[in-house]
Design a protein around this ligand. Structure first.
Ligand code: SF4
Ligand code: SF4
Length: 443
């Protein structure tokens, strides 16, 4: 099988949160840069850093396979210079293998790991508005995605586990591997985490979303962070949307801080959240609303910039979802984008963000404890864990399945990836949305 088919068959998708099927990124013409994104800019999450430090051989090998497959002119592992262990491990691996791959040390600012920011930092080219890195000859994969590429191609192993950091207000932050479909509640009980009267966030404090105990770990779960109720890292996430929209109308003072610090605006894109807020507030039809489509939802405006505690991010997310439902596609005639001059002094240092969000007390390393010691009695596996068409179940209630077996397939002509059983057991529930597998030892 060719690289693309293997990755589709083995269910490899962007593990950094996007869930874009990896095979679909692999063009074989005009690729100048293949970039491994190891910046992991969300505070408190340590997955990429730990994988790079512990498995540098797998990351380098996967990157070299994809570089060769795509014919990319160069391959780069971009990570923060402060990840000393990871830098050391990767440098040692690269000097052993003598592959044509280099490290690129990126600054410690937020959101350094945003795909378009990363491409600009490494290549000096701005991805056009509404475009993807391929538009400037770059392909970007997150570090865990590359780990999964290695497993799929070199070990014939599909994606059935997810590396996550469990952190925040916990006694011992940890990074570990969890079978896909494990429920949040079972995992936190297994780890002895006290979540009573607390908020659980899937992902980082900036872009993560509040989840409940029944939510499953998926191929794109960023981590689980526990916060006290009403903590600054979760207060906007807890707010109801109507309140946010009402406040957007009455409390925006048009100071423009959100625009001046917006990373996409600073890249030269026509995204001015302050103008969107004005349009929303006064029901204006002045063309600014559609700019919301350019928002990457990084959350800087709501968590850091706005002195009124408003959320241009949530407003943009709402507009994006409405425009997408109406079939709107963002288009521009501009072909060249110049970063704003102020970009160089407006990058937000991660530490300043941590102080603002009162995260310093939770900022402890979450070292990776490797091994298959997480054994849930039951897994709830969603059929849609990626961008594209959902997988269609190929098993039925009562079927016995084994770990690694395909349980959901995406039709050949559709974008998407297979889904596999993450434990041995019996299918006890199966519909178009999810498959529940109960382990052998459970009555
Ligand atoms: S979330 Fe806010 S700061 Fe981030 S890209 Fe969107 S508008 Fe800009
Ligand atoms: S930072 Fe807040 S108050 Fe200022 S323009 Fe943006 S949304 Fe309005």
């Amino acid at each position: 099988m060719q690289v693309r088919e293997v990755l589709r068959e083995k269910g490899v998708v962007g593990a950094g949160g996007a869930g874009f099927p990896t095979y679909a990124k692999l063009k074989q013409e005009g690729i100048d840069y293949y970039i491994a994104n190891g910046a992991e800019c969300e505070p408190l999450l340590d997955v990429s850093k730990e994988i790079m430090a512990r498995f540098p051989d797998r990351i380098v090998k996967a990157l070299s396979i994809l570089k060769d497959f795509t014919g990319a002119g160069s391959a780069v592992i971009a990570l923060k210079g402060k990840y000393k262990q990871a830098v050391k491990a990767l440098n040692e691996e690269l000097s052993k293998t003598k592959l044509n791959i280099r490290l690129f040390e990126i600054g410690d600012f937020y959101p350094a790991g945003d795909e378009q920011i990363m491409v600009f930092e490494v290549t000096g080219e701005v991805v056009p508005e509404g475009g993807i890195p391929l538009a400037v000859g770059a392909i970007v994969n997150n570090i865990e995605t590359l780990y999964n590429v290695y497993e799929a191609i070199e070990e014939d192993t599909p994606v059935i586990q997810k590396f996550i950091t469990v952190g925040g207000q916990v006694e011992n932050p940890i990074t570990l591997k969890v079978p896909i479909g494990t429920t949040v509640g079972w995992l936190l009980d297994f780890l002895g985490v006290d979540y009573k009267d607390k908020v659980i966030v899937d992902g980082g404090p900036m872009m993560g979303k509040i989840v409940d105990l029944n939510s499953p770990i998926t191929k794109v779960t960023g981590g689980l962070l526990i916060f006290p109720k009403h903590h600054p890292a979760v207060s906007v996430k807890e707010s109801d949307l109507n309140r946010i929209l009402r406040l957007a109308k009455i409390a925006c003072i048009q100071c423009r801080y959100c625009t001046m610090q917006c990373p996409r605006y600073l890249l030269g894109h026509d995204l001015e959240p302050s103008k969107i807020m004005l349009s929303v507030g006064f029901n204006l039809t002045d063309g600014y609303i559609k700019q919301a489509m350019l928002c990457c939802e990084c959350g800087l405006c709501e968590a850091y910039s706005c002195p009124q505690q408003l959320s241009p991010r949530r407003v943009n997310m709402t507009i994006k979802s409405e425009l997408a439902k109406a079939g709107f596609k963002y288009a521009t005639e501009k072909t060249y984008f110049n970063p704003r001059e102020s970009r160089q002094w407006r990058k937000i240092p991660t530490n300043r963000l941590k102080v603002r969000l009162k995260l310093m007390e939770f900022d402890r390393p979450a070292f990776l404890v490797d091994g298959d010691f997480v054994k849930p009695p039951e897994v709830h596996i969603p059929m849609k864990q990626h961008i594209g068409a959902p997988a269609v179940p190929v098993v039925s209630v009562g079927d016995r399945v084994t770990k690694f077996q395909v349980v959901g397939r995406v039709p050949e002509d559709k974008l998407g990836c297979n889904i596999h059983a993450s434990i041995d057991g019996t299918v006890v529930h199966c519909d178009g949305h999810k498959i529940v597998i109960r382990g052998e030892d459970v009555k």
